[in-house]
Design a protein around this ligand. Sequence first.
Ligand code: SF4
Length: 350
Amino acid sequence: MTRMKEALLYEKLEGGRVRCNVCRHRCAIGPGKRGYCQTRLNSGGTLYTLIYGRVSSLNADPVEKKPLFHFYPGSRCLSLGAVGCNFRCPGCQNWEISRARAEESGAGTDEIKPEELISLAAEYKCQGIAWTYNEPSIWLEYVLDGAKLAKAKGLYTACVTNGFMTPEWLEVMGPYLDAFRVDIKGFSEETYQKISGVRALAGVLDSARLAQQKHGMHVECVTNVTPGINDDDNELLALAKWIVSELGPDTPWHVTGFYPHLDLSGLPPTPLAKLERVRQAGLDVGLRYVYLGNVPAHPSENTYCHKCGELLIRREGFSITGLHLKNAACPRCKTPLPCLMQPAPCLPRP
Ligand code: SF4
C-alpha cells in the first residue's frame, strides 16, 4: 500500500496552497507544509493523508467501553486508531498516539488494508467496527473505505469523536456510519479553549445535531468533568438542557470522572459527589438516561426504566451482567427502551 494517499475534501488555492475541509479548522496549507493535525501534507499542490491504513492500536472491545450503552449492548467491536489529532487537550488520555507525528514512512504504525478489517472482525467475533482512540475524523479516507466494506458485510460502524468535523465530512460518511459517540467537553468557547485548545463548541454542537437529525446516526454524548476547567455547575446544566432540547431526552449522556494525567496531573480527581450532582441535574432537566463513568460498580452504570425505575440493564465495568428487558421494553410497566438491540441474544458474554 502506498504510504501517501490523495486526500478527500480539499480545494486548491492560489500559489500552490490547498484548503483542507475535513475538520472545522479548514487549514490553508502551503507547499511542503502540514495541517494542524500533522497528518495531511501538501506536496506539490496536492493534499495527501499520511495515515491511510496506518493503525497504531487495535483491540476487540465491548461496545460499552466506547462508551455506547444504547447501541447493541453486549456486542463486541473491532476498535482501531491511528495517530494525530485536531485538538490539543492538556489531559489527553491517549497522548502517545494523539500527539505522535505521522511519518511518511508509516513508522510507528502497522499497515492494515480496509478489507483486512472485515476478516479481523470475523476472527475476533466482533459485530461491528469502531474508529476510536485518536480522533477518527482526520482519518476520513480510511474510515470511509472500511465503513463501506463493513456495511456491505452487515457489520455496524461507530466513530468515537470530538465532533469537530465539517458538515461535508458528515455528508461523505453519513450513509456508512451508524453511531456517533461525541464528546461535548463544555458549554462555552472559553471552556473549550481550556479543555481542548480549540474554540470548538459551536462546531461540535452543529455536528452532533447534523449526525442525528440529518444523517440518522445513533448519538451518545460524553462529558469528562475536570475540576476547575469544565466543572461549572451552570455550564453543565446548560449543556444538559441543550441535549434535551436539541437531541432529545432519550439521548444518553455519560458524565465521566477525570483522572489526573499528563499536563493536568496536578489536578485532583473529580469528587464522586460532584458527578452525582451533575447526573441528578441532568435527570432534573429531563434527560432520561444519564450515566456515570470511571466510577467502578456505581449503580448509575445501569440502565433503569425512566418511567417506573425498574432495572433494565445491569453493568459491571464494561460487562453486561443482567439484561431484564422484555420485547425491548420494561418488563414491569412496558415502557420501551430506546436502544438498538442484537438481532439474536448474545449475552452474557464470557
Ligand atoms: S483535518 Fe483538520 S486539522 Fe487536519 S489538515 Fe484538515 S482541516 Fe487541518
